[in-house]
Write a protein that binds this ligand. Structure first.
Ligand SMILES: *Cc1c(COP(=O)(O)O)cnc(C)c1O
Length: 393
């Protein structure tokens, strides 16, 4: 089993399947939806927990033209994996990291005077003309330049001929909620900022502001590029965004295991830490070798979380522990050691996805996917588009 090219021994029967066929189909759906805008595939956080370099390569093959990452480290890992496509860093690298990023051909985002100076220094040191992007904060209030500072910063970038202002961009805070008018306010402020810069003769060939939510639901935000993450991994940013796309998105990651141990408990027994709930009848419980150290929320059983075994939904009982969960198998003799357990994914006609867990534990599918830990081996599989169509049928 190979992860990032490193062979490692796997004894625990628990793994995540990364379906590159589903990824390619999602990329094609999104690329067609936003065309002629180009699709930048966001592969930060190891591709939202999916194995960054593997999904990056397939996303590029399927129609994405470039990649986005959060950290310089992530960009360098993609370069080390042999990826030569353009990579944009979505935050300003520290002055210490700037030179390594630029030397690796990774495009920095800039929004501070210190950042711009360090980019100038790195470009001069390397003797290259370096493309950079300027980020404007139009209301997310995380990182980015204040709109009134953008002219000064853009002029500083354009001072000398070692940096080239390739892009100007911003990020939307509530595009997953189509009824929130704040998105329109942000888009207006972005356009006003671009117009103000242009009136001073400052332009950039590329503008971008859409994340998956805006790419899906708001075509006015499809500028030169869109930056999509979650949709490529098969999830809508929120249920409110259903109905816009020509084809359904298909979850790329399935989380699976095998039953490692089985025991029969009597009615009234209270499994797991805290002994929170009694079994209503004599029950087989199956032990599944994944726990909160692997990203399963500790309270998933208490809020109604289930797994699939033998094509049926089976409740998690008691608290999820660090390495194992306990599953109520209903009646005695239905399940045997070695049976496949699907925590996320399909089995028979049933399906459990990260949106279901997110709804139960009060978060978003992004957090569920990113939390699936490094202890879980990623296994690459291919589902043909026909299999996906069958599964929908
Ligand atoms: C993570 C991120 C994205 C991707 O957002 P999705 O909702 O996953 O599509 C886009 N742009 C920036 C700046 C990001 O940080």
């Amino acid at each position: 089993m190979s992860e990032h090219g490193v062979r490692r021994r796997v004894y625990r029967p628990a793994w995540a399947e990364i379906d590159l066929g589903a990824l390619a189909s999602n990329v094609a759906t999104m690329a067609a939806h936003v065309a002629p805008a180009e699709l930048l595939a966001v592969v930060k956080a190891d591709g939202y927990g999916h194995a960054g370099a593997v999904v990056a390569e397939r996303a590029l093959a399927a129609g994405a033209t470039r990649l986005g990452v959060a950290l310089v480290e992530e960009g360098l890992a993609l370069r080390e994996a042999g990826i030569v496509a353009p990579i944009l860093i979505l935050s300003e690298p520290s002055p210490q990291a700037m030179r390594d990023a630029i030397a690796a051909g990774i495009t920095p985002t800039l929004y501070s005077i210190d950042g711009i100076i360090s980019a100038h220094n790195a470009a001069m040191e390397l003797g290259e003309v370096v493309g950079v992007h300027l980020k404007v904060d139009t209301g997310m209030h995380r990182v980015g330049a204040d709109p009134q500072d953008t002219l000064q910063l853009a002029s500083l970038i354009n001072d000398g001929d070692d940096l080239r202002l390739e892009g100007i961009w911003t990020h939307l805070a509530v595009a997953d909620n189509p009824s929130d008018s704040y998105t329109a306010t942000q888009v207006m402020l972005f356009d006003a900022t671009l117009a103000a810069l242009e009136s001073h003769g400052v332009t950039a060939p590329v503008h971008h502001l859409a994340n998956s939510a805006a790419a899906i639901s708001l075509s006015t935000t499809h500028r030169d590029w869109v930056r999509c993450g979650i949709s490529l991994y098969g999830y809508l940013p929120s249920p409110e965004l259903a109905g816009h796309l020509a084809a359904p998105l298909e979850p790329v990651l399935s989380l699976k295991a095998q039953v490692t141990y089985l025991r029969t408990l009597e009615a009234g027994e209270r499994p797991s830490y805290g002994r929170i709930a009694p079994l209503s009848k004599d029950t087989d419980v199956a032990i599944v070798p994944l726990g909160y150290a692997d990203g399963i929320p500790r309270n998933l059983g208490q809020v109604g979380g289930e797994v699939l075994i033998r094509g049926r939904r089976r409740p998690i009982v008691g608290n999820v522990t660090m390495d194992q969960i306990i599953v109520d198998c209903g009646s005695i003799g239905e399940v045997i050691v070695g049976d496949e357990v699907v925590l996320l994914g399909r089995q028979g006609t049933q399906r459990i996805d990260a949106t279901e867990w997110a709804r139960l534990v009060g978060t978003i599918p992004y957090e569920i996917l990113c939390a699936i830990g490094p202890r879980v081996p990623r296994v690459v599989v291919e589902t043909s588009p026909i299999d996906v169509a069958d599964a929908h049928g």
